[in-house]
Design a protein around this ligand. Structure first.
Ligand SMILES: [Zn+2]
Length: 117
């Protein structure tokens, strides 16, 4: 994008993507001279990419597959109901929030036992 030329219909100037000014939001780039919005960035959604694997290069397809696997595993491991948690009999306890250094997963535990992983 930084090397692409974009023409402004309002002032007639032609600018490189890197010369455009920030717009009113993250997706908009404005003419650096007259500040008219002249470029809108489009980001494909994950669903759109999943429906068009042919649009991806082999390495992008591999990255996308890894990301999809991660999201599937992450979604399957979500805490969705208190019924998934064990009963804690103590009247009062401290809940710790740790990271498992091997799996990068989050562990919620008391001093004595793991409550959720
Ligand atoms: Zn302009």
């Amino acid at each position: 994008m930084a090397d692409a030329a974009v023409a402004c219909k309002q002032c007639g100037g032609t600018y490189l993507g890197s010369e455009l000014a920030d717009g009113d939001n993250e997706e908009e780039r404005d003419c650096p001279k007259c500040h008219k919005a002249i470029l809108f960035l489009v980001f494909e959604s994950v669903d759109e990419l999943a429906g068009h694997p042919d649009a991806l290069s082999p390495s992008e397809r591999e990255d996308f597959a890894e990301r999809t696997d991660f999201v599937d595993r992450w979604t399957a491991g979500l805490l969705k109901s208190p019924k998934q948690l064990p009963d804690v009999k103590a009247k009062k306890f401290t809940l710790f929030w740790d990271a498992d250094h091997d799996t990068q997963g989050i562990i919620n535990r008391t001093r004595a036992r793991v409550i959720w992983r």
